[in-house]
Ligand binder design. Structure first.
Ligand SMILES: [Zn+2]
Length: 253
């Protein structure tokens, strides 16, 4: 607990300085680079072709209509048709990387739409230059990348090993809570309904954060709250084990 208090106080220092109006609250964390995201399995099936010099992605084959999911939170930047792909989707994730999905028979998201990790985005098909129902999945380092990197280490770094089953296994996490009897609330307000109580430290995936009621605990105070989809609500950032009051690499809700 000593370490926690020390690191937590750094976040409080930022918050205290910000409260005086000298610097924006985000100033202390603005330089921190996002460090990937909590990944989700793109689709169930058999890997029929891995990444290699002549193939910029992996092919995962299954029945027509098999659900395809976004591997992480982000914004849809392409959803349409393309030569070779038939139909394709590109998603820019919050860490700057881009994932690409091809050959679907049905697309369920549109450009500029926000998607969460694991969200259903399409159904598998064999459109375009394809010899059977499969997902062609690519991972790119940025929107300006012209060649896909090997998706295997890309996904592994984000907690997903191929082949995989959507929604199974240990969901990716990016933070851990601390403290006991931590309440998860329906909104970032102390008057909001308690939807769950955490008995002890819990690995969680924080999808986004927002300002809400100020919470005081253990000598600290913080008005930022984390939204945790798997728990169906918000917890005060004071119970997130991280030195910053406003978590780096996590977007605002
Ligand atoms: Zn392919």
């Amino acid at each position: 607990m000593r370490v926690l208090k020390r690191t937590k106080s750094i976040g409080m220092l930022v918050a205290t300085v910000a409260a005086t109006g000298l610097i924006p609250l985000t100033a202390g964390t603005a330089q921190a680079a996002p460090t990937g995201y909590a990944g989700s399995c793109p689709t169930a099936g058999t890997v029929t072709q891995w990444w290699h010099s002549g193939h910029d992605g992996v092919d995962i084959a299954n029945n027509r209509g098999t659900p395809i999911h976004s591997t992480g939170p982000g914004t849809v930047i392409v959803s349409g048709t393309a030569s070779g792909y038939g139909q394709w989707i590109r998603i820019k994730h919050d860490d700057g990387t881009v994932t690409e999905y091809g050959h679907m028979y049905e697309r369920l998201v549109s450009v500029n739409q926000r998607v969460s990790s694991g969200q259903l985005i399409a159904r598998m098909g064999s459109e375009g230059d394809s010899s059977g129902n499969h997902l062609h999945f690519e991972a790119h380092s940025s929107t300006s990348s012209t060649r896909g990197m090997d998706p295997v280490p890309y996904l592994r770094e984000r907690g997903v090993g191929l082949p995989c089953t959507p929604g199974s296994g240990t969901p990716g996490t990016n933070f851990t809570t601390w403290g006991t009897s931590v309440r998860v609330r329906a909104d970032a307000r102390l008057s909001a309904t308690v939807v769950r109580t955490l008995s002890g430290p819990t690995p969680v995936f924080v999808e986004c954060q927002k300002r809400g009621d100020v919470v005081n605990a253990e000598g600290y105070s913080n008005d930022a709250w984390s939204y945790i989809p798997a728990l169906g609500g918000y917890i005060s950032n004071i119970y997130i084990d991280h030195p910053a009051a406003w978590l780096p690499g996590v977007r605002e809700c």
